[in-house]
Design a protein. Structure first.
Length: 108
């Protein structure tokens, strides 16, 4: 058995969970926040039999596409200076996925 931990954007979450549950994957959803953009993410936990890992990864890939957004980062300034936001393009979306071996699985 494997534990899949997938960190996805909040806007991708509803369709991802719907598609995973349609294929009878059990899903645990945790709210999380990204460190760089400080935007909302969702961390999905899936306990998956090893032979079903490729199927779960395909569903995640189909639902979590990358896209570019324009954001601004405040420049570092000295006391008394004004803050000038600097707009730049950044790629968001997709998924960050960790796959771990499960030593023991207990369901009560």
């Amino acid at each position: 058995m494997k534990l899949i931990i997938a960190i996805v954007q909040d806007e991708d979450t509803p369709s991802l969970i719907e598609d995973l549950t349609k294929k009878e994957f059990r899903v645990t959803k945790l709210a999380s926040t990204g460190g760089f953009l400080k935007s909302g993410n969702t961390t999905i936990l899936l306990g998956v039999q090893e032979e079903r890992v490729p199927e779960a990864l395909k569903i995640i890939e189909d639902n979590c596409q990358t896209r570019e957004i324009t954001t601004s980062l405040l420049t570092v300034s000295m006391p008394g200076d004004t803050y000038i936001p600097y707009p730049f393009q950044v790629q968001v979306g997709g998924a960050t996925i960790f796959i771990l071996d499960v030593e023991q699985y207990i369901r009560i």
